[in-house]
Structures are given as C-alpha cells and as structure tokens.
Design a protein around this ligand. Structure first.
Ligand code: GUN
Ligand code: FE
Length: 418
C-alpha cells in the first residue's frame, strides 16, 4: 500500500542557492514519505486522493539545524559576556551535570524537543550531555515526537570538572551501548560526539574513531572556534600540526560522514583538508557573536566548494529558531562586507539554502522538494494584509525576518504530520 500525501499551496524551495523555485498555487505529492512531484494541475491518478488545501499559505522545506546542545536549553541567553572557555566553566558544565538525573532530563528534553519542533526544525544534529542515561532519554523523546535527528552522548575524559567527565572506558562503553541500541532506528540515530579536542585524550579519540568505523556512525564535534581554544589544542597536542589533525589522526575527520561546528580560523591547508575529506562545516552566527569567537569567513568557504550548513548552537546561540540563524547569517555577511568591499553578502536564497538543503545534505536527500527528497515541510501562514499585497518571495523573506512559531501552522517529517 502506498502512503500518499498531497498538499496544495504556494510552494517555495531552493534547488540551488542562487534562486528560489516558486510554484504558485500548486500541488506537492509525497509517496511513502518522498517527494514525487509538484503539479499545477493534479494528475489523473491522484484524483481520488484527499488534498490538504492550505490555500494562500506558503509550503517550504523544514529547517535543518546542524549544531545545537539540548543540555544547554535552559541556559539560553545567559553568561553572554563570557568568551567560550570561561562560559563553559562558569555556566555550561554544571548545567550539563544535572542530566544524570533522568527525571530532570525528561522534563528539560521534552521542553527542548517541543520548542525545536514548534519553530520548524525537522532535522537536527544534537549534542546531549556526557550522561548515557540522560542521552537515552533524549533519543526516546525525539523518537516519540517524530523529528529526524542525530544525537550524541558527549565524550569527555579530561580538562573539565570531575563531576562531568568520565573515564575513557566509561565514555566508550556508554557510547557503544547507545550505538547498539539506536543505530537501526529510521529517524533518530546516534552520532559520535567528542565534545572537542581539549576535553579528550588521544586514547578516547582513538577508541571513538574505531567505533565510528566499526559501526559506520557519523561524527560531530567543534573545530577552531576561538583563539584561546586553538592555542590550548596546540599545547595539549604538540604532535599535531593543526587542530583538525587531532581528529583526522584518529579517523574522526571524514572517515565516516563528519560535521564540525564553527571552523572559524582555518588556514588554506586546513580548508583543503576539510574539502578533501568532505567534512561539513556549521556556521553558527549567533554563537559567533555572543561568545565573541569571531566570524566564520563563510563566503570564502562557499567559493571553495566546502559543504556548509547552519546551526543555532544553543546555548552559545540564544535562539532555537533556525529562521533567526538564517537572518543572522545574512546580517553577519553584511557586516563583513562593510569592512571588506570584495566580500559579497549572502542573498536571501543563499541563506535559506544553507538552512534547508545545505545542511540537509548531511542527512541525505533532505531540505528540498526535488523528486526523491524526503518530504519534510512547513506550512507558513502570514497576515492577509501582507499576502494580498506582496510577492511570494517577499512574504517568505518577511517570515524569515520577523516570523516565529505562531506563523507555522503545520510540520511534516518524511510525509508524517507532527
Ligand atoms: N566547544 C566545546 N564545547 C562547546 C560548547 O558547549 N559550545 C560551544 N559553542 N563550543 C564548545
Ligand atoms: Fe556548540
């Protein structure tokens, strides 16, 4: 039996970053969770199917958040005068510790998941905490909610308070347990998650690299976010010429699909390696600003053909809504262009692409409405006074800039309505 879903409305998506595909007043057909086609006139064979008619509303791909920390959800908008390493010590570690308490984890992760989904994120790469039990709670909540995600237990075995680090053996054992339990899930799957180089021993990274290869699991971490962090990595790993070599040496840099948050301070040889190893970088504009890490030279990476997505990086970023990250990416690119006349700011379609198909490629055929793509979609409702007067492109831009969860009236993941 085929599972057929048909929506009608104003369909907007980006196949390439340079322009929007706009199908006014059209039908989009999803068969077994995959886009089958977009039609101005519904084909004969679908005549008997029910159509969910969204009238003049917009239908867009769901947002993809390639980097955020579920265990930092309560901390959004706090400690924002600190830079990264102080912020971790003063705020983050103690909060993450509390996710050893399963009841606390249930309460916070439920709120987190509801908020993420309400704001239109349909796929996400998520850091949990170092607690295996707590991370299990997050897997189960996300599964139950129907969102698509990679979820990582955070591995740390040094250079953080005792209450949050584990021994190398404990950290590996918990990771292996979660991989074996969830690796065959369809929508919510494990990802190997060393927090970042400084809180990892070589032994931990080596064992994680082996797990990644044996179980064919993807990898996520942080890379070159802050200058103090980079200097610290240099001291801790004197044998590695560059920060990314610490990961690469242990098969955690593209040996399986890899996504690295930030990558702000990469020299040309490092950028070449990111490209060669097909590592995806995540631009987290709010986080870049809040903890004053620096601004990712996004245009340079795009010009060089690096795969890039967007991340809210809550709680380095303060807002979970990805439309805010899309807008902030545009705004930051404008700031850069003011000091560097040759820097071309991001267009709306480029930023939208990054927040949908650009990040979505890490999950597979996600983030577009081309044939064969997973049907992950949002239905956007705006003000009648606006919809009567403006083009569809203007209405989408307005939603990105000033819209929020109240404008999202339906959400679909692989053809299922959430
Ligand atoms: N680097 C290591 N841990 C973190 C974290 O929790 N947030 C951010 N933004 N960077 C990190
Ligand atoms: Fe982060």
């Amino acid at each position: 039996m085929k599972n057929i879903l048909i929506l009608k409305g104003n369909i907007i998506f980006t196949k390439t970053s340079d322009r929007f595909e706009i199908c006014k007043n059209s039908y989009i057909v999803s068969v077994n969770g995959k886009v089958e086609g977009i039609y101005k006139v519904l084909p004969e064979k679908y005549m008997d199917c029910t159509v969910e008619d969204y009238g003049d509303r917009l239908i867009i791909p769901g947002f993809v958040d390639l980097h955020l920390h579920a265990a930092q959800f309560l901390q959004c908008g706090m400690g924002m005068t600190n830079q990264l390493l102080d912020w971790l010590n003063d705020y983050t570690f103690d909060l993450e510790r509390q996710f050893q308490d399963v009841e606390f984890a249930k309460e916070v992760y439920t709120q987190f998941a509801d908020k993420l989904i309400a704001n239109g994120t349909t796929r996400a790469c998520i850091f949990a905490s170092s607690s295996t039990k707590g991370t299990e709670v997050l897997f189960d909540i996300l599964k139950q909610k129907g969102i698509g995600a990679y979820v990582g237990k955070v591995n740390m075995d040094r250079n953080a308070p005792d209450f949050i680090i584990e021994t190398t053996e404990e950290s590996i054992k918990g990771t292996k347990y979660l991989i074996e339990k969830y690796n065959n899930e369809k929508l919510v799957k494990p990802i190997i998650t060393p927090r970042f180089a400084p809180t990892s021993t070589d032994e931990l990274l080596e064992e994680l690299g082996k797990l990644a290869k044996v179980y064919n699991v993807p990898v996520q971490s942080h890379l070159s976010e802050n200058t103090d962090e980079i200097n610290w990595v240099q001291q801790l790993f004197p044998d590695s010429r560059k920060y990314l070599d610490v990961y690469d040496k242990h098969s955690l840099f593209g040996q399986t699909p890899t996504v690295m948050a930030h990558g702000i301070y990469l020299d040309n040889s490092e950028i070449d390696k990111v490209k060669r190893n097909k590592v995806t970088l995540v631009h987290c504009p709010d986080s870049n600003i809040n903890v004053r890490s620096g601004i990712m030279p996004l245009r340079k990476y795009l010009n060089m053909g690096i795969q890039v997505g967007l991340g809210s990086d809550i709680a380095g970023g303060h807002k979970i809504a990805l439309n805010e990250a899309i807008v902030r990416a545009i705004q930051l690119s404008k700031l850069l262009s003011m000091n560097q006349p040759e820097y071309e700011p991001l267009s709306v379609s480029e930023a939208f692409y990054l927040g949908t198909k650009g990040g979505g490629q890490f999950f597979g055929k996600i983030g577009s409405f081309e044939e064969g793509y997973c049907f992950d979609a949002l239905v956007i409702e705006d003000d009648r006074l606006i919809s009567d007067r403006y083009t569809l492109k203007d209405r989408l831009e307005r939603f990105l800039y000033i819209g929020d969860d109240r404008n999202i009236c339906a959400r679909y993941v692989e053809g299922n309505k959430l």
